[in-house]
Ligand binder design. Sequence first.
Ligand code: NAD
Length: 467
Amino acid sequence: MEYNLYINGKSVPCHSHMDIFNPATGELLGKCPVAGREQLDAAVSAAAEAFKSWSQTSDEVRKAACHGMGKILEDHAEELAKLVTEEQGKPLNGLGSRFELGGCQAWTHYTADLELPVKVVQDNEEGYVELHRKPVGVVGSITPWNWPLMIAIWHVVPAIRSGNTVVIKPSPYTPLGTLRMVELMAASLPPGVLNVISGRDDLGQMMSEHPGIQKIVFTGSCATGGKIMASAAPTLKRLTLELGGNDAGIVLPDVDPQAIAEGLFWGAFINGGQTCAALKRLYVHEDIYEDVCAALTGYAANLPMGNGLDENTALGPVQNEMQYNKVRDLVSDAVANGARVLLGADPKEGPGYFYPATLLADVSNGMRIVDEEQFGPALPIIKFSSLDEAIEMANASENGLGGSVWSADVDRAKEIALRMECGSVWINKHGMIQPNVPFGGVKKSGIGVEFGEEGLKEYTTIQAVYS
Ligand code: NAD
């Protein structure tokens, strides 16, 4: 099936296409438009024209429009979930594509009801000063391939809610779900408020450079985030960058390994580990190290891996060949350097990029699988003897997205949480983000936050009015 762009309230065919394959079967799934400068200019012009009136609409109109998009997501949830599974690989069930569509709806409705009221900062005999939050203009959204629809929603809905207009470009690995979702949602909005263009990576660079775009919201790798900062600099665009993570979990000796095994496993293996704030390095106290390794292995050993369309599948394929090769190479490197394989590390021949859930013991900082973001179904488990040592190893990373502490003593765990260098820390769970809590990275994991009032503010500028 050939997909179209959606620009200025119309479905727009494209003369050039690329093939999109199902990562579970290798079969052709659809043909994605490859847009260039001409289509980008058309989308930006439409968004700029629409901004003139959309930015002047009332709060009530925008709120209703966002709830309207939420309703469309509800009505098409099953169709979109199936497309996400076929294109991205994650299972329909568990923390898979139906969960992703549920998240899309929850975030849309929650964000619709957020408000940024006028704030009076001075009201005395010397004067009266109000702060108004005004939309930025045309927002360019660039998204990755791991949670393609959820992340698109995280960008699009707050932008529109606060009076901006949007041009979104999905990842070339997973464009089809976004093309379809945006076509459905944009048809409920005035023409030009929401536009989608797809293409290769160079289209993202063109967006970052485009003088008609006032802000880029980007979710993806640290390397690309740096490139976007550089190409956005000459036009001084506003940026929100949600980048890579290498989240550490610290397990104290007072836990029951059996009781935490399921939470640890899904903290790491949600979406086959292809999640920004997944648990990517697990530090376990020496007293319970072998017990935690055994509990995790026991939990993971019999989880069914396969095509996500099968209702029983718990683990799907890696999304693409590049990522599959990266995970395989990092595991091989760890094994060559003395890692003990507790589970997995033995991928079968295709079709499909199926890499088994892999648990590695006897690993340490300094090994590539610990120091680099694996972004796939392999978890290194590192032994520590003192808490200071564990915190130092956890913080020895350029990234600072999430982290977790696992302990029966929540107060003690909170003290440790505050010593971890990351934007979010969970106690006895990992990666449970919420639409009302700001989420973002420190160090190289990003600039700015998404979600909640703080996230919404990133789509606005302040105007101070003195009277
Ligand atoms: P990626 O950086 O390769 O690609 C992301 C997007 O950027 C794609 O749409 C791509 O076409 C575009 N792009 C590529 N080169 C570009 C350029 N020079 N200029 C502008 N755009 C360009 O990332 P990915 O592999 O799709 O995603 C995986 C990464 O994303 C992981 O590192 C993961 O941790 C991170 N991530 C972070 C979050 C978060 O919220 N912090 C969420 C999800 C994923």
